[in-house]
Design a binder for this molecule. Structure first.
Ligand SMILES: [Zn+2]
Ligand SMILES: [Zn+2]
Ligand SMILES: [Zn+2]
Ligand SMILES: [Zn+2]
Length: 164
């Protein structure tokens, strides 16, 4: 999923991929010219042409960027969440935001009842869900007794009477 960056035109051009023009994702470096690309972009490029898009050097000469400075800068870029509209999320924390804090993300009931809904409604749902389960756990034995009783009464009335 593409990120929605805040102030995208103010992002340093050094942090952008020269293929997609977006801030780098899993950046790789060309060993001959030093240009940086997203790993995904270069992989797509290499299926058509086995050379660097900028220096035209033949072959796969791309190495993952391991410089903490670059990676940290990329992780600190601010992105916006389309679901909850929060806009001060660091890119490096975005996956965490989606998987554990975004209030508008659709989640499953943690008790696996099949309910799906926004995370902000989960707590309330789980409370109701547990009450319902507790209720039916307590009511079912009582209901079963009543049903058995009714069945016996019915059987009694329907049975051919041994008349005197
Ligand atoms: Zn790219
Ligand atoms: Zn190159
Ligand atoms: Zn969100
Ligand atoms: Zn539930």
């Amino acid at each position: 999923m593409p990120y929605r960056y805040i102030n995208e035109n103010q992002i340093d051009v050094e942090l952008k991929c020269s293929i997609c023009d977006e801030p780098l994702q899993s950046p790789v470096n060309c060993r001959s010219c030093g240009y940086t690309y997203c790993q995904g972009c270069i992989e797509k490029w290499m299926t058509r042409q086995a050379s660097c898009p900028s220096c035209r050097q033949q072959g796969n000469q791309f190495l993952p960027v391991i410089s903490r400075v670059v990676l940290n800068q990329l992780n600190r870029l601010l992105v916006q969440c389309d679901l909850c509209e929060r806009s001060n999320i660091e890119r490096g924390n975005f996956n965490d935001h989606m998987s554990s804090t975004c209030p508008k993300q659709i989640v499953d009931c943690t008790d696996n009842c099949g309910w799906k809904g926004m995370r902000e409604n989960l707590e309330e749902h789980v409370q109701r869900c547990r009450l319902k389960k507790e209720f039916s756990a307590r009511m079912w034995p009582v209901l079963k007794k009543i049903l058995i009783f009714l069945a016996i009464v019915l059987a009694f009335y329907l049975s051919p009477r041994s008349s005197k």
